[in-house]
Design a protein around this ligand. Structure first.
Ligand code: DGL
Length: 269
């Protein structure tokens, strides 16, 4: 029995890590489409096709529930997959909603009309495809009014992280934060709208300053998943857990081990 966690590459490990801490008795099947990362520079059709192929692979491996631990896939493919109809008994959940519920101080599944919230100036850091989709602003508008969102497409950061070039990743984060601050000098909150970015959270926080509250998805998604599994205990599938990649398993295992600071072994998807 395992719950699936999907990302284009290594970023979803930040969600997996939090989910494993929150739900120590649940097995997880992690799938990284590293051969095709980054998704954030691809067009919506391409992201949809890649995400769909990955979901089919994960369903074949026995997952019933898959968390798209990838904002780019959630923005470009989730709604289309759900509207197109999923196979009987399969569910796919994205990662935007738990984050927006936290930002707008809502409880899980609170569908009341949009209302004024505490934060008025929000910086959104995400991939070029997520920013272009405006999916985040759309979900926010269902829940909050009067929030000014300034989005910064953080080109290059995911590639640098996937390549293990953390010096380059840090320099790029600092320059993207500078660019954001030129457009919005005093954000109250910043959203790390890509699951790779929590790996750079300290750099984001240092560049933004201590007065900015940084929201990242790991623990928020883990709490939502715990709540979901409590209400749907039969959704843990029938396959075994493990780590799968479309990339080079040795190389991906090395990077994952470095990021999570524990031995992780990927196998070919
Ligand atoms: N980690 C992913 C996200 O949350 C995607 C990164 C990418 O492949 O560009 O958006």
């Amino acid at each position: 029995m395992a719950v699936g966690i999907f990302d284009s590459g290594l970023g979803g490990l930040t969600v997996l890590n939090a989910a494993q801490k929150r739900l120590p008795d649940v097995d997880f099947l992690y799938y990284g489409d590293n051969a095709h990362a980054p998704y954030g520079v691809r067009d919506a059709e391409n992201i949809y096709q890649l995400t769909k192929a990955a979901m089919e692979n994960m369903w074949d491996k026995g997952c019933d529930l898959v968390i798209l631990a990838c904002n780019t896939a959630s923005a470009a493919a989730l709604r289309r997959m759900q509207e197109g109809g999923l196979p009987q008994g399969k569910r796919v959940l994205g990662v935007f909603v738990p984050l927006i519920e936290a930002l707008t101080e809502r409880q899980w599944g609170d569908n009341s009309p949009p209302r004024e919230v505490e934060v008025k100036h929000v910086a959104l850091f995400a991939t070029p495809a997520t920013v272009a989709s405006r999916a985040f602003q759309r979900e926010l508008a269902f829940r909050a009014i009067g929030v000014d969102v300034e989005a910064q497409a953080c080109g290059g950061v995911v590639d640098a992280i996937e390549d293990g070039d953390m010096i380059l990743a840090e320099a790029l984060v600092r320059s993207h934060v500078d660019a954001l601050k030129r457009k919005m000098p005093h954000p109250e909150a910043a959203i790390l709208g890509c699951t790779h970015y929590p790996l750079m959270e300290q750099t984001f926080q240092a560049a933004l300053g201590p007065e900015v509250k940084v929201f990242s998805q790991g623990s928020l998604v883990a709490d939502s998943l715990a709540d979901y599994l409590q209400r749907h205990p039969g959704m843990q599938g029938n396959g075994a857990g493990g780590f799968y990649t479309t990339g080079n398993p040795g190389r991906v295992s090395d990077r994952a081990t470095q990021f999570l600071r524990r031995e992780i072994t990927f196998q070919a998807a």
